[in-house]
Design a protein. Sequence first.
Length: 377
Amino acid sequence: MPPKILVISNYRSTVTVRPEAEIFIGLAKKGWEIDVMTYGDSPYVKNFKEAGVNVIDFHPEKKFDPKAVEKIRKHLIDEKIDILQLYNSKASSNGIKAAKGLDVKIVLYRGYQGNLHWYDPSLYTKYYHPRVDKIICNSIGVEEEFRKQTFSNARKKVVTINKGHRLEWYEDVKPADLSVFGVKPGSFVFTCVANTRPMKGVKYIMNALHHLPKDMDFYLLMVGNGLETDEYRRVADESGYGDRVIFTGFQPNALEIDKASDVFLLASIYGESITKSAIEAMSLGTTPLITDIPGNKYLIEHAHSGFMVPSKNPKALADAMWAAYDKKDWTKKLGVLAQRRIAKKLNTGKTIEEMAEFYTDLLETGGENYHTKPGVL
């Protein structure tokens, strides 16, 4: 009998969860027995069922829910589950309690690099809980952060397995018509797709405008809700490029905007694992210009598949923006190479093979022989 895995995760957002969901679809097609607990109205339910995945219409609504614990525990016992894979806080808190005293391996996932302090009591209900067998990190940066936590045994339980993508997911994405934002045809376009969190480093992008040479024919599209503030607008206006900075607000066709842009710009300063929006832009063939935060520092090779600059450094950011603008043919080539890097280093097939090897070793040796593969990002 093949081992049985119970996955608890939220699969309601198709594009966001696709790299994760495809792992278990791939394993099911290879003969693994996969049960998935998720919301029954999730778009991926149909895909799961077509692949032979058993879907249970349930997901915990609270971090500590006795009814959720009871339901998960019953499934673990009745179905003789070998591995319990938990992907979010609600799943982890309830799943760990549900597995108490049972002979089941518990695997958690971490896709965020920051806030792993040993003194945070909430982490002892999840990542630092002694019952947890392994923690899968989405980037080397996250794994390195765990290994710094000398007061926690979690540092001995981490491995990195990147979530893969498929270039064919992006084949139907067409370039957006940027003229709707006032972009003149033939102009060079930088696009930043972000939210309002301080970790995105938007202020450094605005400050970088002051270090750019004058008379550059470019536009900077800031895509996302809440990015425009009086302060950011003032800084942009004072740079002399205020009329070239366009705050678009939320745009449902962000991928199409990326596709129509010359450079995807990301100035994050901390916290993130490999940033999904950067991977998406690279998959579209758009050249990335990103900062060297721990979660992203291995995503590209500087000057070979994009541009990487120090975080919190507006001058370095501006220099890279100028280099991309000044050598447009080279920048376009870097976009092609970035796309190839995703195909080679971050493909779904590679992730499925690594997960299969990881789970096999977890059951055979408790995970003692599986280590992060050379070349993961």
